[in-house]
Design a protein around this ligand. Sequence first.
Ligand code: ATP
Length: 365
Amino acid sequence: MAEIRIEHVRKQFGSFVAVEDSSFVVHDGEFLALLGPSGCGKTTTLRMIAGLELPTSGKIYLDGEDVTFNRASARDIAFVFQLFALYPHMSVRKNIAFPLVSQGVPRAETRKRVEETARLLQIDHILDRSVSGLAGGDRQRVALGRSIVRRPKCFLMDEPLGTLDAEFREVMVHELRELHNRIHATTVYVTHDQHEAMAMADKIAVMNHGVIEQFGTPQEIYAKPATIYVADFIGSPPMNIVRFTSGLQRGARTVQLDGVDIAVPEVHEDMPVGELALGVRPEHIRFSDASPLRGRVYGSEYLGTDQVVTVETSSGKVKARVPANRSFNLGETVGLEFNHSKLTLFDCRSGRAVPSSINAEARHV
Ligand code: ATP
């Protein structure tokens, strides 16, 4: 398998910049998700790695070799598309064998590799069935089988589960991750679905308008968002962003919200007076009668094991995830307490997290 290295890659279509100065490494055997909304440059990034699109500038390395100008066919990469065209009149076996037959691999070797691949994907019992009668999940497995059988250096996948219904999608998310655990193929996976990215990837690159806003593990991205955009994109419901105006001094450990001192992780940089935001995940807010930070219950969403309660404060609405058995009335005044060690401060002018003890090691791209 292989390492993929992208150095200062940029792609322009006419005057439109689709990908802006991207640099990252996907280590050998790692699973990277390129995550972001439609049009943010995920597919363009993937197509440049595949060799289907040339970067306007920058370099792409595969296992240390500069492949920036190599044709797709010379890169030994498997590209799994969303709508993978299988040959409906052929059997599963023939579909999987197809790339090897085209390469002229001897019959016995082809048979062995097809059977190995089918066992890996747990479709060895349907090898002689026609693909036309298969259900969506099995078709996806055959499509994957056709990529795996070539033993490429890495896999590139563009929303491969996009056409499946929600239930199947969830099953395939687990299957793809399990498959990855078994074959450890370096993988780059494009998705707009944060749940897919969080469930499968070792690393996530969160993209926005052609820019990688943050590159890190799912845990880093969730707990230490580098920008307001990432904080708002990841999490369901997303991180609360409570805006206020203040200055901050290096070493500060509190901020003032509605005249109340709120403890925060130690700030590592002076911030001139301006608009700041406190980022707090719903599960890091609890109701506390003693807290001077007050708000009125505006609504709630019962989720079985817990509930998400919207509370209106004088700094705006915040959502708190509290135990399902906590009862209250709409309009009731409650006290809110934030788990100070989990808070992120943002500078609203740049949209970036203010360096502090919580995100000292988080990487800004
Ligand atoms: P989606 O999930 O909708 O495909 P994406 O994040 O993968 O979104 P890209 O397909 O990479 O986004 O496209 C990024 C931007 O570049 C879009 O605004 C798109 O319209 C533009 N773009 C992509 N390919 C071309 C092209 N060949 N010519 C002109 N513009 C293009």
